[in-house]
Write a protein that binds this ligand. Structure first.
Ligand SMILES: *Cc1c(COP(=O)(O)O)cnc(C)c1O
Length: 388
């Protein structure tokens, strides 16, 4: 009727395969509970937010953002290179470079754009990118369009990885990975990658989206925890997760940062994130550094929930973090479990292909610092009933 029948067909095909996705509007959030707009009278316990340390609602972040809005206004007004670099951006970058022990840092409006900028600007024709097969879409899509040759490896001891690394025809070889994989919660063997990177002279790029704030003596991430931060050439820290903010930081040698500023099109041609976002992020970094009890409690909560689920015989894969997949299999069943949980007062979105492999649909539980034992026990009771 309006010329989009093919789109409608595609959507009904998705529907038929239980793969159609819809946006849910959240009307209210209070730490570990939400009210959805379609059922505002009912409070539900949230088990799918990446706000791991409950910093998103922290009064100090709100205050930092409001003060920055008063001082600088809301929108940054221009891209970073024109006149959109405001003092909070610079202060945030300096603090992160310092924390990561790198020469310089750069703030991006999102983790997606950080990966897009870094992975399309640095690797080029004549280079080779090796990436873990579990990597996030923002990494995969960027690498695919970089112009470099790329290969994926199954895990860090995959023999092919070493073979690729010895291939002499490339100018530069990059290894790209996440620290904690976003859908399975399993950690990368960064110790092995650090060793390989040194042995073969490769460049190591690490996305700490789910490690920042949750691991390491000062919360800098899994690489810090393993004592190999120095072996990481480019450290990427999306701030939408544990930091409870928005945007992402990358820390690297000065030449890398300067090249990104000069050649990184997704950064050059986008409006800078509001100064308030940078101001809140700096506050979040200070809290992460100074309040280790948050990550300690988070890790205790996560260990507790993992144990309870294991005792029930559920398949939670190889997780060793606050991300706990309950792998169900068929999309239809994952959707059913999700809606049954919601009926019992637990909000957990089903994750289906193509976000996860076919036949590996799941509930992706994420634990927060502020979850109580009662909330976790309640969730387990419902899951136990579902698992029958
Ligand atoms: C969430 C995520 C991103 C994207 O970060 P945004 O700030 O949400 O765009 C990048 N990498 C990984 C591994 C992520 O989980």
């Amino acid at each position: 009727m309006h010329g989009f029948e093919d789109f409608e067909q595609e959507l009904s095909d998705l529907e038929a395969a239980n793969l159609r996705r819809r946006l849910r509007t959240i009307a209210e959030v209070h730490g570990t509970t939400v009210r959805t707009a379609d059922q505002p009278q009912r409070e539900k316990v949230l088990f799918c937010s990446n706000n791991y340390l409950n910093l998103a609602e922290d009064e100090r972040l709100r205050k930092a953002a409001v003060e920055a809005i008063r001082k600088y206004g809301w929108g940054a007004g221009a891209s970073r290179l024109i006149c959109g670099t405001l003092r909070p951006h610079t202060e945030l970058e300096e603090a992160f470079a310092d924390w990561a022990g790198k020469e310089r840092a750069l703030y991006f409006p999102s983790g997606w754009s950080a990966n897009q900028t870094i992975l399309t600007t640095l690797p080029n024709k004549g280079d080779l990118v090796l990436m873990d097969h579990r990597c996030h879409a923002s990494i995969v899509d960027a690498v695919r369009t970089s112009g470099a040759d790329f290969r994926t490896y199954r895990d860090e001891s995959d023999q092919r990885l070493q073979r690729f690394l010895t291939d002499a025809k490339y100018r530069r070889k990059y290894i790209v990975t996440e620290s904690i994989f976003s859908m399975d919660g399993d950690p990368a063997r960064l110790d092995i990658l650090a060793e390989l990177k040194e042995r073969f002279g490769a460049v190591l790029i690490l996305d700490e989206a789910h490690g920042l704030g949750c691991f390491g003596p000062t919360g800098a991430g899994l690489a810090e925890q393993l004592g190999i931060l120095d072996n990481v050439d480019i450290l990427i820290a999306p701030l939408g997760k544990a930091a409870g903010c928005a945007g992402a930081l990358a820390a690297a040698p000065a030449a890398v940062i300067d090249l990104l500023i000069n050649r990184g099109r997704p950064l050059i041609y986008t409006t800078a994130a509001p100064a308030a976002c940078a101001a809140a992020a700096l506050t979040a970094i200070r809290i992460i550094q100074n309040e280790p009890h948050r990550r300690k409690q988070l890790s205790e909560n996560a260990a507790y929930l993992r144990n309870q689920l294991l005792k029930m015989g559920l398949n939670i894969g190889q997780t060793a973090s606050q991300i706990i997949p309950v792998i169900i299999g068929e999309s239809e069943k994952a959707l059913l479990w999700s809606s049954r949980l919601e009926a019992e007062g637990y909000f957990v979105t089903a994750i289906r292909p193509p976000t996860v492999p076919k036949g590996a649909a799941r509930l992706r539980l994420s634990v927060q610092y502020a979850h109580t034992k009662e909330q976790m026990d309640g969730l387990c009771r419902v899951l136990k009933g579902l698992a029958g």
